[in-house]
Design a protein around this ligand. Structure first.
Ligand SMILES: NC(=O)c1ccc[n+]([C@@H]2O[C@H](COP(=O)([O-])OP(=O)(O)OC[C@H]3O[C@@H](n4cnc5c(N)ncnc54)[C@H](OP(=O)(O)O)[C@@H]3O)[C@@H](O)[C@H]2O)c1
Length: 508
């Protein structure tokens, strides 16, 4: 295949035909440090250029007319489809006017809302004036909430809506003198829950309807894996198979493995026929000796350099904790965790030698929330960060209850991603983990073949369906692309919203 380092040609890497509103970046408190002002400005600018580079039509806004007009001229000169209005998003009336403009420009339909505008006044909590507090709340949260409300009918009408809220690490960890700012950024995180995900986050499959998309990137290689090498374990079925095809579509050369020689050879022939650069070896990753042989093969094929390691192969035996035998426990630990740890060790010199390495560990939501009868499996995938459960609904905004449940499961894959992210950052190796919920593969087919089981899965999943392997492989690819070069040590759930869904009073 003559790869362009863009996509498999199925439009999943394009925003062509889509419309977006990107707010602000210029709502500055001039008492902020100059670097903060620069970052706000840079951030909005980067988002507008990224989305337009991927094919979207954009409307943006700012309080400063001269600055806005300067950028609009610049974007016009570059051939970007960007329009803009002067709007102070802290004003309710101006927000309403902004959304009317957006609606008329995009014929009542909006695919993407990027709530980017924000202010960040630092200050000691005891000295923070009531007016300062109100300003931070108005700009950082009230405006975001109201803009989401105003945008809802347009997002719904588009058939495929996506909202991104620009939060901050100060909403996750404590940053000194940012107590008010940090609180607004935590609160922002509620917004996704407050809206009914079934209405608001419309289904991905609708997005391709009626669109002739070709958009790919800004041509700066950040959306390409061309010239890169990857090892994907368990690439013959399910998620691993989708990952092989995703990465090769983006330009990477792949080596994969599985235990079943006939099936592996069948796929290798198939990929060769499609022009994909994929090689493979028979390897049971639960065997230490076979892992060592696998990495020798990879090293010799890719001249001692590896950019990407996808630890995907895994097994998932359910069972009551009191009945789980020692052999079953050892087996699941060996396949799901020990092999991953060892493969990372073996791959380290190759990843380092490549100059830019990326590791993705295939975890599970069972490692993020509790899933009954999956205590051993969940522990191998597990996490050590607290899980937040928010109980909120649109009508319960005033009574939001924030229940933090400390879920200190024994950290395995998700924790390993964090440890490697810190330990190997100096070697320019990033490590992240992905936690899927039910994805249609041979692994979970025995569960999903039971109608009542599938119905319960769907009932608990805000997007109202199980996932497709391609919806995981696209995130794997993103985490390997240069476009994600500042993301490391993270666990991202691909779960249709299941892990953040707690209680729906409308079902009572
Ligand atoms: N599907 C889901 O709903 C789901 C949800 C959460 C997490 N996950 C995780 O996602 C990963 C992939 O799952 P999947 O659903 O795609 O599974 P799958 O459909 O069963 O495919 C697994 C792949 O890995 C290979 N494999 C399994 N054990 C292996 C071993 N010991 N050595 C080498 N290759 C091995 C299999 O080939 P052979 O059998 O021929 O070796 C196959 O290619 C797993 O880590 C799983 O825990 C899946």
């Amino acid at each position: 295949m003559a790869q362009t380092g863009c996509s498999n040609g199925d439009n999943r890497w394009s925003l062509k035909g889509m419309t977006a509103l990107v707010t602000g970046g210029m709502n500055f408190d001039l008492s902020l440090p100059i670097i903060t002002l620069f970052l706000y400005q840079f951030c909005r600018h980067a988002v507008v250029e990224e989305l337009t580079g991927l094919g979207a039509r954009i409307h943006t806004c700012s309080r400063t007319e001269t600055g806005l007009n300067e950028y609009l001229r610049d974007w016009e000169g570059k051939g970007f489809e960007v329009t803009g209005s002067v709007c102070d998003v802290s004003s309710r009336a101006q927000r309403e006017k902004l959304m009317e403009t957006v609606s008329s420009k995009f014929n009542g339909k909006l695919n993407i809302l990027i709530n980017n505008a924000g202010t960040g006044k630092p200050g000691r909590t005891v000295e923070f004036a009531a007016e300062e507090f109100s300003t931070v709340m108005a700009v950082n949260f009230e405006s975001v909430y109201h803009l989401c409300q105003l945008a809802h009918p347009l997002l719904k009408a588009s058939g495929a809506g996506s909202i991104v809220l620009m939060s901050c690490v100060s909403g996750v960890v404590s940053l000194k003198y940012l107590s008010a700012y940090g609180a607004t950024k935590v609160v922002s995180a509620f917004t996704a829950d407050i809206f009914d995900a079934r209405d608001c986050l419309l289904r991905v499959e609708k997005s391709s309807e009626g669109m002739a998309q070709t958009g790919c990137s800004n041509g700066d290689n950040r959306w390409s894996l061309k010239g890169m090498t990857a090892l994907v374990t368990g690439g013959t079925r399910g998620i691993g198979h989708a990952v092989v095809e995703e990465l090769t579509g983006l330009g990477a050369r792949i080596h994969t493995c599985s235990r079943t020689e006939t099936e592996l050879n069948e796929y290798l022939r198939d990929w060769e026929g499609k022009g994909f650069e994929v090689t493979g070896s028979v390897c049971d990753v639960s065997s230490r000796a076979q892992r060592e042989k696998l990495m020798e093969t990879v090293s010799s094929k890719f001249n001692g350099k590896l950019n990407i390691l996808i630890n995907n192969a895994g097994t998932g035996k359910p069972g009551r904790t009191v009945e789980f035998t020692a052999e079953e426990f050892s087996s699941i630990m060996a396949v799901n965790f020990e092999f991953v740890y060892h493969l990372c060790q073996l791959a380290h010199p190759l990843l380092k030698a490549s100059g830019a390495g990326s590791i993705v560990l295939m975890s599970s939501v069972a490692g993020v929330v509790s899933l009954k009868y999956l205590s051993a499996y969940g522990a191998t995938k597990g996490t050590s960060f607290y899980h937040r459960v928010y109980v909120a609904g649109p009508e319960l905004l005033d009574k939001m209850i924030d229940i933090y449940l400390d879920n200190f499961a024994s950290g395995a894959l998700n924790q390993l991603a964090k440890s490697l992210a810190c330990e190997w950052a100096q070697d320019n190796i990033r490590a992240n983990s992905i936690a899927p919920w039910f994805i249609k593969t041979s692994l979970v087919e025995p569960f999903l073949s039971k109608k009542s089981f599938t119905e319960e899965v769907i009932r608990r999943t805000p997007l109202g369906r199980v996932g497709d392997p391609k919806e995981v492989s696209s995130l794997v690819a993103f985490l390997c692309l240069p476009a994600s070069s500042y993301i490391t040590g993270q666990t991202i759930c691909v779960d249709g919203g299941m892990s953040i869904n707690c209680f729906d009073p409308s079902q009572c």
